[in-house]
Design a protein around this ligand. Sequence first.
Ligand code: GLN
Length: 390
Amino acid sequence: MTDPARRLSPVYRDMPLTIFEHMSGLARQSGAINLGQGFPDEAPPPALLAALARASAEKSHQYPPMAGLAELRRAVAAFYARTQGLDLSPDSVIVTSGATEAVASAILGVVAPGDEVILFAPAYDAYAPLVRRAGGVPVFVPLAAPHWRYDRVGIAAAITPRTRAVIVNDPLNPTGTVASATDLSMLAELCLAHDLIAICDEVWENVRFDGLRHASLLAQPGMADRTIKIGSAGKIFGATGWKVGWMIAAPAMAAVLGRAHQFLTFTTPPMLQWAVAEGLATPGLAQACTARWAQTRGVLLEGLAREGFALLDSAATWFTCIDLPASGITLDDRSFCESAVHEAGVASIPLSALWEGEGAPTTIVRLCHCKPEAMLADAVVRLARWRDDR
Ligand code: GLN
């Protein structure tokens, strides 16, 4: 008899743990400061927690509607009307258990066996495995450091008659960069010319530090009925464990995507949905979270710069990237992360772990900045001392 575990799908048997779990595990074991996986240490806003307590005491604990509470679907549409000037019907919103589930539902709902899907490198680690699981073929187009611009020629060359969709993560994790207006109109033009669906992971839309309003690919001319826009309450309010997200598409398309969602998680805890609905409708609550992260971001960026670390430009997300050679470090990114967690006591994420295909940069690491000021200051000192003593 073979080991029954060997009877499991080779897809998962041979798959490594996500880099985020791996680095968080090392940080827990070694007691390191965890600037790897992206999550704030501080609690979400008290008003959101009060809304959750109230919902938990007063509302139903049974299955909510599969597509989400009507109140949350309305609140999401109203939030985007207010913050991005979008005119969305609540019927276009499907609530999911986190944005990762929205990404999975969108991919399962769009991709048929044999379809090609354009992805950009670096890419969030869930996209390519999900495309493959749907029977699709990920086709990577690299973005060029240090500004991570979208290359029209490269994208056009990657499109074939089998290309079904493109997955765009804007603002971009891990780099914290934002697509330009030119990038967006070029991507829209290619989607229209080649009849592609755009799956847009925009979970960082509200975590921007450049003072600009987020512009979705969905708002480009002609894109409203071929774009799936994905958002996350966990990112908006700093409550990553809540796993409340959503996908938005023209109602006819949303109805189809709901069929994929109904056999993944089916629904999302109703008390969390009530609280998020209230949070989105509370003026200033989302902005206050971003304002708080702007403060802690400043502490990490200024601290690192003062100690001679070279930072790549970024405008959004909870992350900043360091250029290792320009910071006086000769290790490659993976060796840096594996050594720094044990020796400096700081966990980070190697950019190359989020890169498939040729040409991965191996000299960039990502640090998370939504942490208490004292912890960030300590991390900077540890990293600088470790670098200088090596
Ligand atoms: N989005 C988080 C990050 O980029 C990770 C989420 C996860 O661990 N799967 O750090």
